[in-house]
Design a binder for this molecule. Structure first.
Ligand code: BTN
Length: 324
């Protein structure tokens, strides 16, 4: 980014420059300096501010590099073709277009920021520049469409293992595929499938990881329910390392799935789940249901035990935790 405040601070690396000097050099008011600093913070710059000394540039946003990503991931069949973009509406849209044009399995689309990142149930996904991992992976599994949810569960396990490997935090999976730390969401998965006569043509697996977001990056309504790895671990987490960890975990589990089917993935998912054995209320299209999730069935549906002892398989619903 070509910003005059950054240029000025970079002329004196590590040193404080007073607000007065900045305002004189740039011929703008002190308030305008402060506003620009705040704007730069939202873009990933970090400053130390001192009332007496002024501002010091502490860190610049780290950009992903295609060269580094290719080096780290190039050998993986799930990162055969990497597209790295700066700003997109949604990486899902780009990956879908590539898949429609015949892009192979292992086509990976990443962006520094999304202007219309989307989540499950039509929700908006907060995707500020340089602070997270916003990526979509094209898969071409030979599967009937109704088994696509198994891939969502597989992706959740891969993501959970990858995040645990880059930061020592206690992460669990909330059914079907939200990753939570201390009850707050740090990551989500959106699988969009296209089928031909009930067999999957391609799947675009969208992964959003709120890696280095700060509390102010979230709108007020999300502040209490969302977090980031940086907030939880207390340090900035390397994005390239995290992407490599995810692709590594996903490849291993995808191989296992193709060899042995869903059973081992189901066991791994159940071990990482924070949903099981706690009463929930499920909002289904047919109405609300209360019960206790006890595991997954062999297709990947959540098995919910109801008060009358019956077990109900649920493929898709919004879960709301119940007290007690
Ligand atoms: C959710 O938990 O609701 C799923 C969130 C998925 C967000 C990712 S970010 C990369 C990809 N592009 C999108 O627009 N969405 C997914």
């Amino acid at each position: 980014m070509n910003n005059r405040i950054i240029e000025l601070l970079e002329r004196m690396p590590g040193a404080f420059v007073s607000g007065e000097t900045i305002s004189k050099e740039l011929q703008i008011s002190r308030t305008a300096v402060w506003k620009q600093i705040r704007k730069l913070e939202t873009l990933g710059y970090t400053f130390e501010a001192s009332r007496r000394l002024g501002y010091r540039l502490v860190a610049k946003p780290s950009k992903l590099s295609l060269e580094e990503l290719t080096q780290r991931l190039g050998a993986s069949p799930l990162a055969k073709r990497i597209t790295l973009l700066d700003t997109v509406d949604s990486t899902q849209n780009v990956a879908q277009r590539l898949a429609e044009d015949g892009a192979p399995e292992g086509t990976l689309v990443l962006a520094e920021q999304q202007t219309s990142g989307r989540g499950r149930m039509g929700r908006h996904w907060v995707s500020p520049s340089g602070k997270g991992i916003w990526m979509s992976l094209v898969l071409r599994p030979d599967l009937p469409l109704q088994l696509a949810p198994q891939l969502t569960l597989l992706a959740a396990v891969a993501l959970c293992r990858a995040l645990k490997s880059v930061a020592p935090v206690d992460i669990g999976i909330k059914w079907p595929n939200d990753l939570l730390i201390g009850g707050k969401k740090i990551s989500g998965i959106l699988l969009e499938s296209t089928a031909d006569e009930e067999r999957i043509k391609y799947v675009v697996a969208g992964i959003g990881i709120s890696l280095n977001l700060e509390p102010d990056d979230y709108p007020d309504e999300l502040k209490e329910i969302a977090t980031s790895l940086r907030i939880e671990a207390g340090r900035t987490i390397d994005r390239t390392e995290t992407i490599a960890a995810f692709i590594g975990q996903f490849s291993a589990l995808y191989d296992l799935y193709r060899k042995e089917g869903f059973a081992p993935i189901r066991t791994l998912w159940e071990a990482l789940s924070v949903t099981l054995n706690k009463p929930v209320r499920l909002n289904l299209p047919s109405g609300a249901v209360e019960g206790t999730p006890i595991g997954l069935d062999e297709r990947g549906a959540l098995l919910v035990r109801r008060a009358d002892g019956s077990e109900m398989p649920v493929f898709s619903a919004e879960t709301i935790a119940q007290q007690g």
